[in-house]
Design a protein around this ligand. Structure first.
Ligand code: ATP
Ligand code: MG
Length: 367
């Protein structure tokens, strides 16, 4: 069992506090992704789990044991770094087996484990090569192989794919997912790439400035962002987030953007909105689409609106339309390759089933 539990964990570098009381439970065999902007403390958290960085306060448990005072090599963790950290003068076999050799593992066992890891990663033919004779993707596989042979109970990945080009990154992302299906271990994976986070994770932790903003499944954080930060960070292109005021017209609450543009707010259980409140409206680009498009079928609360096209970004399979509704700018998304001239007027539909409202002051979801 390798559950990983962080209780009220703090980290200070001198006077600067960079992790401010993090509580997190990672289940056995779970694939947990830590995501957040540069400098938010992802690597620091991971390094504290690995034991490469001392914690300033709090408790970290791996399995049943508190590991605050346990040396890195005795924590049952194996870490894969962004820069691979391979030994340049050793061939692939030696790089992968070095840690085992240090631990005094018998030669036949070393050969068996390296062979198995090489099979899993498809690098059997590379065992005699030195790192400089490998491509970036192959080096990353060797780095993962070196972690696998140790049979860790927890895998720690720190941005393992960020040195690779976009195509290879996609391919390796799938390989990491497959790896987790084959080598059943707990994984903590750090990235700033929200697509990696969405596609790999059982659950995602969104971090900002050393604090957790939200923990949830990819669908949770995508469909029910707890605040404007998570709403804007997860999803590409990002969610439309626009300031508005709640106004009441004969009992019907509306979002008022300006004199010319208001949206009725469908009643929803648990909503905490009131007349006069300053808010931020959230609407994902896919919830704003062409009136005659198939995406708008089956929407219970559809609001039709005419807007002017500002900029068009055709991506092939879909088109992003930068729209202007009475002076308010939205990004919309349409299926397929759409050729639309800037300045054209389009009939669009907003899917208000998928409307989000956040309090302007607290930035927390209130609808
Ligand atoms: N050894 C150190 N001494 C002082 N400050 C540090 C040290 N290591 C990290 N920090 C600070 O701690 C904060 C968190 O850093 P960390 O490396 O964990 O961020 P990150 O989320 O991994 O960022 P990135 O995405 O850029 O890798 C940053 O403000 C950083 O400057
Ligand atoms: Mg980092």
């Amino acid at each position: 069992m390798a559950r990983v539990v962080l209780e009220n964990v703090f980290k200070r570098f001198g006077k600067a506090q960079v992790i401010h009381g993090v509580d997190l439970e990672i289940e056995d065999l779970e694939f947990m992704v830590l995501v957040g902007p540069s400098g938010c403390g992802k690597s620091t958290l991971l390094r504290m789990v690995a034991g490469l960085e001392k914690i300033s306060d709090g408790t970290i448990r791996i399995g049943d044991a508190v590991v605050n005072q346990v040396a890195p090599k005795d924590r049952g963790c194996a870490m894969v770094f962004q820069n691979y950290a391979l030994y340049p003068h050793m061939n692939v076999f030696k790089n992968m087996s070095f840690g085992l050799k240090l631990m005094g593992t018998p030669r036949p066992e070393i050969e068996k484990r390296v062979g198995e890891a090489a099979d899993i990663l498809g690098i059997q033919d590379l065992l005699k090569r030195k790192p400089h004779e490998l491509s970036g993707g192959q080096r990353q596989r060797v780095a993962m192989g070196r972690a696998i042979v140790r049979k860790p109970s927890v895998f720690l990945f720190d941005e393992p794919l960020s040195n690779l080009d976009a195509k290879l990154r996609n391919q390796m992302r799938i390989e990491i997912k497959r790896l987790h299906q084959k080598v059943r271990t707990t994984v903590i994976y750090v990235t700033h790439d929200q697509i990696e986070a969405m596609t790999l994770a059982d659950r995602i932790v969104v971090l900002r400035d050393g604090r957790i903003e939200q923990v949830g499944t990819p669908l949770d954080v995508f469909e029910r962002p707890a605040n404007t930060f998570v709403a804007g960070f997860i999803g590409s292109p990002p969610m439309n987030l626009l300031p508005a005021r709640i106004v009441s017209h004969g009992g019907q609450l509306c979002l008022r953007f300006n004199d010319a543009f208001q949206l009725p707010i469908p009643d929803r259980k648990g909503a905490r909105i009131e007349d006069g409140q300053e808010v931020v409206m959230g609407l994902r680009t896919e919830s704003l689409t062409l009136e005659n498009g198939s995406e708008s079928e089956g929407v219970a609360e559809a609001w039709k609106v005419e807007g002017m096209v500002d900029v068009v970004e055709p991506l092939g399979g879909e088109t992003h339309l930068h729209m202007d509704f009475f002076g308010v700018k939205f990004i919309a998304r349409a299926e397929g390759y759409k050729v639309v001239a800037p300045g054209a007027t389009l009939k669009m539909v907003m899917n208000l089933d998928r409307l989000h409202i956040f309090d302007a002051a607290s930035r927390q979801a209130i609808y």
